[in-house]
Design a protein. Structure first.
Length: 153
């Protein structure tokens, strides 16, 4: 059996730097957790500023969609093996439950098909409780791959 395909350390470092270059991602606190076998995982520590309202106590759905969009776009770059501009063409998100106000929200994404200009990605946002994943939302998305423009990180 072959070992998992792990990207070179310089590619992981570049993905992490690119993630932190975005003021929006930095504000949210999104962090790269892992990347291997064309699967990328990020995390987001939850805090009060990310709640939909203080009375309901759940995370705002925009935070969940931002986390999914970020992990899915980075998964395209992981599959390509280079930092290149991508643009979200379509993203369908099925919200399965409200994310709790405390803890960490994770997202895992896989680019499962890569054409000349379009990439297709599936993602899931989840929390972990008692060592088990508890899905918050699932996404199916497509991205335009802009080959002429490299991203510098």
């Amino acid at each position: 059996m072959s070992s998992p395909a792990v990207p070179p350390p310089d590619q992981l470092l570049a993905l992490d730097r690119l993630l932190r270059l975005s003021p929006h991602n930095s504000f949210l606190g999104i962090k790269l957790e892992s990347a291997k076998d064309n699967r990328l995982s990020v995390s987001l520590p939850l805090r009060d500023e990310l709640l939909a309202s203080t009375s309901e106590g759940g995370v705002h759905s925009g935070v969940v969609s931002s986390l999914l969009d970020t992990s899915c776009s980075l998964a395209v770059m992981l599959k390509l093996g280079k930092l290149i501009r991508v643009a979200t063409l379509d993203m369908r998100i099925d919200y399965l439950r409200s994310a709790p106000a405390e803890g960490t929200l994770f997202s895992r994404a896989t680019c499962y098909r890569l054409g000349d200009q379009i990439a297709f990605v599936r993602g899931v946002a989840y929390t972990v409780k008692d060592g088990k994943e508890d899905k918050v939302a699932e996404a199916a998305s497509s991205f335009l791959v802009i080959h002429q423009q490299r991203v510098s990180a």
